[in-house]
Design a protein around this ligand. Structure first.
Ligand SMILES: Nc1ncnc2c1ncn2[C@@H]1O[C@H](COP(=O)(O)OP(=O)(O)O)[C@@H](O)[C@H]1O
Ligand SMILES: [Mg+2]
Length: 344
């Protein structure tokens, strides 16, 4: 009874703790935070660390910081590279989301990458509890992505979702409310950016940073041949001369640069399809597969994958927010979750 009363006053939270972006939804209010998972830390003379910025402001510092400031992506690669910073980040986002809006501690559902270890799961839970959460539930990314994309996961009908994020691509086969099969590979948006950096270096003798590579990917990147190829001018440091120069780069260059990581994603998808039990595979052939995550926005990625797997491929509505919406739906069903074996 008492718990129910508390529940009425607290603003429960759904958090998509992504390797690239963290999105927080407050029950009854919708999305209140959508920021890069980046923390800028400053070291003072005594080597004591303090947080300088979190989110967008911190991301803008990447590659531009003096020696005593470090912009860290604690969840990079889908593993918690840095527990302490991850904890600071989770606390910061929870505090921001709750600002003056509640006087009871919230219940929190956090979506974590499938690939994280039990120790990392514990650390995420502990961080949220330290930040004032009353209960913390974890949900796996492919599950949240499938719910958010509106797939009929509770039915005895196989669904397949591919979430292409920053650090990881997670491929899940779901049926009857459970993950039947899942594969997580460390090839996603960040790897595309890195391969663009390498390509530009090799082919144009030009050094560009991560942020420029990401901009290129978004602006002119494509997985398939375009009727009208795109182009843009980039500047960077000439590797030989050391001087600053500009070159023209096209979507064809980008396609070449991204070829290998995209192939890795399609290979992982093929291998999951091969391992899928035949009854569920039959459903997937009928229903097709759904893409979520920022990588679903790569030009032509649906057609590219569809040509390889010979099945229909759909991009979820607002793919960058699918996981958050799915985590939010899990929050609505918290009472069910509480009974089920979700508390992990
Ligand atoms: N329009 C776009 N085209 C291609 N890639 C994109 C686009 N928008 C975002 N991305 C990429 O999506 C990735 C972030 O996706 P997201 O689903 O938020 O990842 P995560 O869940 O790991 O935090 C980044 O690598 C980003 O560069
Ligand atoms: Mg994600």
């Amino acid at each position: 009874m008492f718990k129910k009363i508390i529940g009425l006053f607290s603003s429960d939270l759904a958090i998509d703790l992504g390797t690239a972006n963290t999105v927080v939804l407050v029950k009854g209010q919708g999305i209140v935070i959508n920021e890069p998972s980046v923390v800028a830390i400053q070291k003072d003379q005594n080597s004591k660390k303090r947080i300088l910025a979190v989110g967008k402001v911190a991301k803008e510092m990447v590659g531009k910081t003096p020696n005593n400031i470090k912009a860290i992506r604690p969840m990079k690669d889908g593993v918690i590279a840095d527990f302490h910073t991850t904890e600071l980040m989770i606390r910061y986002f929870i505090e921001q989301a709750l600002k003056r809006k509640t006087f009871f501690s919230p219940r929190v559902v956090i979506c974590v990458p499938y690939g994280i270890t039990p120790v990392e799961r514990k650390a995420v839970k502990a961080s949220a509890l330290n930040a004032g959460a009353r209960y913390v539930y974890l949900i796996e990314e492919p599950m949240a992505a499938a719910i958010g994309a509106g797939l009929p996961i509770t039915e005895p009908n196989g669904s397949l979702v591919v979430d292409i994020g920053g650090g990881t691509t997670e491929i899940g086969v779901l049926s009857l409310g459970g993950l039947v099969l899942c594969k997580s590979i460390r090839v996603a948006g960040d790897k595309l950016d890195q391969d663009i950096i390498d390509y530009v270096k090799k082919n144009f003798n030009l050094f560009i940073g991560e942020r420029i590579a990401e901009d290129l990917k978004i602006k002119i990147g494509t997985a398939i041949q375009l009727k009208e190829e795109l182009k843009t001018i980039i500047s960077g440091r000439d590797q030989v001369e050391g001087s600053l120069t500009s070159v023209e780069i096209t979507s064809e260059h980008l396609r070449a640069a991204m070829k290998e990581p995209l192939e890795k994603i399609s290979e992982a998808l093929l291998s999951v399809l091969e391992e899928t039990p035949p009854e569920l595979a039959g459903d997937i052939v009928k229903n097709g597969i759904v893409l979520t995550g920022g990588g679903a926005l790569i030009r032509g990625i649906d057609k590219y994958l569809s040509d390889i797997i010979k099945l229909p491929v759909y991009v979820a509505n607002e793919p960058l927010l699918a996981v958050t919406r799915g985590t939010g739906k899990a929050l609505d069903q918290l009472d069910l979750l509480q009974q089920a074996a979700y508390e992990n």
